[in-house]
Design a protein around this ligand. Structure first.
Ligand code: PLP
Length: 390
């Protein structure tokens, strides 16, 4: 059997070794607490589930959905964008429902990337931007996200030749894994860059609703001219605890939306309609759940940041996203420190190097574990002296 090169090029799963150790510990009956999973622990709000159940009873929803999604869902998305961001969208041309944002993020490379083409990809970053590029035969060009630049890419540092050759620029704010946020001023500079070099902007924004201390993240589409150059990926996963239902959307430039629709209509047959109805309920129904969830995450964030700071691990409380991004102690690589935490404390964190070379030296801790697990985990860290390494 001969597999394609793209299969061989896939990185071996970074966490094999850590996963093996977790499995061993659990088999011995040890209580392993994980801060590694970015998946809300809280359930989908009941009014959304109620609508899903009702919609599942309708035989019209038992049949193939349309690739472009229910018109009512596209309208609900457009209304939500206008209400939340003041961004007007044409529901028939500028909105495309997705089987979760990840699906669209993976497939959109097929719209822009021919073999040998360049995609500008942030590092550290969500791995799908680079993998989708590679699947389409393209080459990711790494944009380092550095603490000294507040985890924003330095667009002026991109060599002009690379910028001219690049087809797309990937961005993600509020950011996974760093928890960084971007303001409209940055998005305005992105629009200018995209126009200057004729690069399509792909902004991944699943955490726009997960924010703290009253902060409200901006949409890329709020920047003047953004719709001429870009598209935004969004998701109901993190805002409404709906990761398991697989529903998201791409919105923005009509030609870009249309290209993605054409690719998708050849690959999938859309989102189950009952789930689209549940998503309509999420976007148009009561929104109190968002504040309630954020209050819970914010309390967990404060507990976690205080505990990490007491340990001497430097971290800034994130204003948005589900992650605390902390500096690993002096002398440890990300993976060494993650291994040490697992072996000594049965606590799982994600090594920053799993998100790219520029994530080295950091660890990511997620806020999506139960309060009880969080407290048990923090109690284990209380008074811990991290053993020095060389
Ligand atoms: C969770 C996540 C997604 C995936 O969202 P789905 O809609 O569940 O596919 C995309 N991008 C980033 C950065 C994420 O953290």
């Amino acid at each position: 059997m001969r597999f394609a090169q793209r299969i061989q090029k896939l990185q071996p799963y970074l966490f094999v070794e850590i996963s093996r150790k977790i499995a061993e510990k659990r088999a011995r009956g040890e209580d392993v607490i994980t801060f590694a999973i970015g998946d809300p622990d809280l359930p989908t709000p009941p009014h959304i589930l109620q609508r899903l159940w009702q919609a599942s009873q309708n035989p019209a929803n038992h049949r193939y959905p349309e690739s472009e999604g229910l018109p009512t869902f596209r309208r609900a998305i457009a209304q939500w964008y206008e209400g939340r961001f003041g961004v007007k969208l044409d529901p028939n041309k500028e909105v495309l429902p997705l089987i979760g944002a990840k699906e669209g993020i993976g497939h959109v490379a097929l719209c822009f990337i021919d073999p040998g083409d360049i995609a500008l990809v942030p590092d550290p970053g969500y791995p799908v931007y680079a993998v989708g590029t590679m699947f389409a035969g393209g080459e990711p060009y790494v944009l380092p996200l550095l603490e000294e630049n507040h985890w924003l890419p330095d667009l002026d540092a991109i060599p002009p030749q690379v910028a001219r050759d690049a087809r797309v620029l990937w961005l993600n704010y509020p950011n996974n894994p760093t928890g960084a946020v971007a303001g409209l001023d940055f998005f305005e500079r992105v629009v200018a860059f995209a126009k200057r070099y004729d690069v399509a902007v792909l902004h991944d924004a699943p955490y726009s609703e997960v924010a703290y201390d009253g902060y409200r993240p901006a949409s890329f589409l709020q920047a003047p001219g953004a719709k001429e150059v870009g598209m935004e990926f969004h998701s109901l996963s993190k805002s409404y605890n709906m990761t398991g239902w697989r529903v998201g959307m791409a919105v923005g430039n009509a030609d870009m939306v249309n290209a993605l629709m054409r690719v998708k209509s050849n690959l999938d047959s859309g989102i189950p309609q009952a789930i689209q109805e549940a998503a309509i309920e999420a976007l148009t129904g009561p929104q109190d759940c968002i504040q309630e969830h954020n209050a819970i995450y914010q309390r967990r964030r404060d507990r976690l940041v205080a505990a990490l700071t007491r340990l001497g691990l430097r971290c800034v409380p994130p204003r948005a996203s589900l992650y605390v991004w902390a500096r690993a102690p002096q002398g440890y690589t990300s993976a060494q420190f993650a291994t040490m935490l697992l072996e000594e404390k049965s606590i799982v964190v994600t090594p920053g190097s799993g998100y790219g070379q520029h994530g080295e030296g950091y660890i990511r801790l997620s806020l999506t574990l139960s309060d009880a697990d969080l407290e048990r985990g923090l109690a284990r860290l209380e008074g811990w002296k991290i053993p020095p390494r060389q």
